[in-house]
Design a protein around this ligand. Structure first.
Ligand code: G1P
Length: 293
């Protein structure tokens, strides 16, 4: 069955990033680098690889640097070109004209509210959501969103990435109540946002990648506040279960929670070790450092 293609993605980037203060006092957390690429660039690359054309950034006050980042760096590019310097590092940082939309979530009312802010740009098409502080490292040419779009072509409906974590960590996440599993697909029977310790229906969480039908916007319009007093995307998605196919996709790759300091450092180390330019140096350094105890 042919489903409408996924052409649009929402990147919620309005969060204050307080866990990384003071680094995030004047720099949006989405621009913090993993080695030398900002987190948001990895998420955008992941979307482009999955065939997504239009990137919708839901930003907030103090996040203007993200908009500049995806524009031409006029002075820098002109100077470097005049000096005959290599500009390849900037490849993929400029989005095609008309393919980047920036809008503001004025108040921190929750992820569900941030998504709802993009309702008129989404219109009546299914769309993707990528939370950039979840760094999903797929296999080469087959990132997390690409894997989800491939699954969507078979299932249609709503899809979330599904990830197993230690059960004691579930109170920090949206959690799936799973049904039957078939290969990478798990039926979603229920969803709960940030369950209290010991009450999670499974250890299968939502690591911030979604493909949703546009009907979720109507639900979000009247969605009551949920966990943490915020309008939760998870609660709105839960209302769609049973009305349309709803699946979790087990992703082939590694996930780093770059919303936490430990996850961010892990991502930097893992990516640095893979680099042709600095990998060997970092491996030798890390080995020597660890040997010192
Ligand atoms: C959000 C979502 C949650 C999801 C998590 C992934 O929570 O509400 O369902 O599991 O992102 O990082 P937040 O981290 O914004 O509290």
């Amino acid at each position: 069955m042919a489903h409408k293609p996924i052409r649009k993605a929402i990147f919620p980037v309005a969060g204050l990033g307080t866990r990384f203060l003071p680094a995030t006092k004047a720099v949006p957390k989405e621009l913090l680098p993993v080695v030398d690429r900002p987190l948001i660039q990895y998420a955008v690359d992941e979307a482009i690889e999955a065939g997504i054309e239009q990137m919708i950034f839901v930003t907030g006050r103090g996040k203007g640097a993200i908009e500049d980042y995806f524009d031409i760096a006029f002075e820098c590019e002109t100077l470097q070109r005049e000096r005959g310097k290599d500009l390849s590092a900037l490849e993929g940082t400029r989005l095609a004209p008309g393919n980047a939309v920036f809008l503001r979530q004025q108040e921190s009312l929750g992820l569900g509210h941030a998504i709802w802010c993009a309702r008129d740009i989404i219109g009546d098409e299914p769309f993707a959501i990528l939370l950039p502080d979840e760094f999903m490292k797929g296999t080469p040419g087959n990132g997390c969103m690409k894997q989800m779009v491939d699954a969507y072509e078979k299932t249609g409906g709503n899809l979330v990435c599904a990830l197993e974590i230690p059960i004691e960590q579930t109170p920090s996440y949206g959690v799936i109540d799973p049904g039957a599993r078939d290969g990478v697909l798990t039926e979603v029977k229920g969803l709960v946002e940030k369950p209290a310790l010991g009450t999670a229906p499974s250890n299968l969480i939502l690591p911030g990648r979604y493909i949703l039908q546009p009907g979720v916007m109507k639900i979000l319009e009247t969605q009551e506040k949920g966990a943490g007093g915020e309008i939760q995307l998870t609660d709105a998605m839960a209302s769609m279960i049973g009305q349309q196919p709803f699946h979790g996709v087990t992703f082939d790759g590694r996930r780093f929670d770059c919303g936490s300091k430990a996850g961010y450092i892990e991502a930097n180390l893992a990516m640095a070790l893979e680099r042709a330019d600095i990998g060997a140096h970092i491996r030798a350094f890390a080995t020597a450092e660890l040997a010192q105890g």
